[in-house]
Design a protein. Structure first.
Length: 216
């Protein structure tokens, strides 16, 4: 059945009103300003404004997607980081010069007075060029631990202490002994880890920080 002329005109008016309402809504978003009555806007200008509005919306969508990707990447990466946990048990292990049998030992800093001594469980592979492996013995630990204690227990509030090295879930990866309690622990995968040398702070800045930390 063919539509009458009045029905065709009514449909055209309805479509035109919908188009006008769409333009008004886009104008409210601030992407462009109507400035004139709809019927007074030249067709080429109207098309240009519509294209500009579409580009504006596309840019906003792309920016939102990039932000979501960035947040996902940030939180995903943050799940791969471990930490140090202050431990009286580890402190006594080093101060009694005990060598744990299932650990590989490393040091960083000067050989005569290391900045930190670290033991990593044999089941994990340490990826590093900043730590030097050494054959741990009671004599070696005694020499280095006593040297660290002598140099850092005089005239400063910081003092050497023992820490567990933990993975993101809190499982123990190794042990750490140093005056410095700041480092970065990265789980490369289930069995490969990366531990950075200690991040050194000023001796007298927040010097009582270690004293305030709770033992495990």
């Amino acid at each position: 059945m063919e539509l009458g002329s009045s029905q065709i005109i009514a449909k055209k008016r309805k479509a035109l009103n919908r188009f006008r309402w769409s333009l008004v809504c886009l104008d409210k978003l601030g992407c462009f300003k109507l400035g004139h009555r709809f019927s007074q806007i030249p067709r080429d200008i109207m098309i240009q404004r519509i294209e500009t509005t579409i580009d504006c919306l596309k840019s906003a969508i792309c920016l939102g997607v990039l932000c979501l990707i960035g947040f996902s990447a940030f939180f995903g990466c943050s799940q791969n980081y471990g930490r140090l946990q202050r431990s009286r048990e580890v402190d006594q292990i080093f101060k009694t010069y005990r060598v744990l049998p299932d650990y590989r030992y490393y040091y960083t800093g000067p050989e005569g007075r290391p900045d930190a001594i670290m033991g990593i469980q044999n089941e994990y592979t340490l990826e590093t060029t900043q730590w030097t492996p050494f054959n741990a013995s009671e004599d070696t630990l005694k020499k280095w631990v006593d040297t660290i204690n002598f140099h850092h227990n005089t005239g400063v509030r910081y003092h050497p202490y023992g820490f567990f090295i933990l993975d993101p879930e809190g499982s123990r990866l190794g042990i750490w002994y140093s005056i410095w309690d700041w480092t970065t622990v990265v789980m490369k995968d289930e069995k490969r880890i990366q531990v950075f040398p200690p991040a050194k702070k000023d001796f007298f800045e927040n010097g009582d920080e270690l004293d305030k930390m709770e033992d495990d």
